[in-house]
Design a protein around this ligand. Structure first.
Ligand SMILES: [Zn+2]
Length: 226
């Protein structure tokens, strides 16, 4: 039984008979981290894989324990956020781009992780309200506060008691950019080290707060201290 994230039908769980035989051409196409063309047959309420042809594989990520851990976290996120029989083209595209960037070394794993988390939240109906201070509407100030609990931002004057996440303007700009830009652009920016650290903390914190669960692949990734 394999789980496939498809553009058209969201998550599909399908039987893949014979895929374990080493000579099967389906073997690579149905392995973890393969992007393939699937021919699926539905009988009663079960799918089975009639055929699968590889389009692209990300198997080299297995050679780097940190990258592999992150790729597995993305798979766990797909399982959490995607549903069966629900069009998921943009989410599939997001994960494919994240894996491609991870493989190409063009961005650091920490950066790819944070952008993917935040964009995934926005695509899944949890777009944070970043257009201005939630109380007075102020768009920009040197320091703003983001609340991972409710996904809102506040200026210094309107900050409710107990909010902790003080961030500089560049972090808010990055969050707006990732949530609101066209897909082609979301990975094309950079942040200074301190700001990236804060940005990463907020993207992960927001996701964990909204899902209210633990991801064992994320816990493992974090033990690697990348
Ligand atoms: Zn305000």
């Amino acid at each position: 039984m394999i789980t496939v994230l498809t553009a058209q039908y969201g998550l599909v769980r399908a039987f893949s008979r014979g895929a374990k035989k080493t000579k099967s051409k389906k073997l690579a196409a149905t392995a973890l981290l393969a992007y393939s063309d699937f021919t699926l047959v539905k009988t009663r309420d079960a799918y089975s894989v009639e055929d699968a042809l590889v389009k692209e594989v990300f198997f080299e990520l297995r050679q780097d324990v940190g990258k592999m851990a992150l790729a597995q976290y993305f798979c766990e996120l797909a399982n959490e956020f995607c549903e069966e029989d629900y069009e998921s083209e943009e989410i599939l595209r997001l994960f494919l781009n994240a894996l491609w960037l991870l493989k190409s070394d063009k961005k650091t794993p920490g950066f790819i992780k944070a952008v993917t988390e935040l964009r995934l939240m926005s695509l899944s109906g949890y777009m944070p309200a970043l257009l201005g201070c939630d109380k007075c509407g102020k768009y920009e100030s040197e320091v703003m506060y983001f609340s991972p609990e409710n996904g809102k931002i506040y200026c210094e004057e309107c900050l409710p008691v107990g909010q902790r996440y003080c961030v500089n303007a560049s972090v808010i700009q990055a969050m707006r950019y990732v949530s609101l830009s066209d897909f082609e652009k979301i990975f094309s920016f950079s942040l200074k080290e301190d700001a990236l650290k804060k940005f990463s903390e907020l993207c992960e914190g927001y996701l964990l707060h909204k899902t209210q669960r633990k991801f064992k692949t994320l816990d493992f990734y974090k033990t690697l201290a990348l």
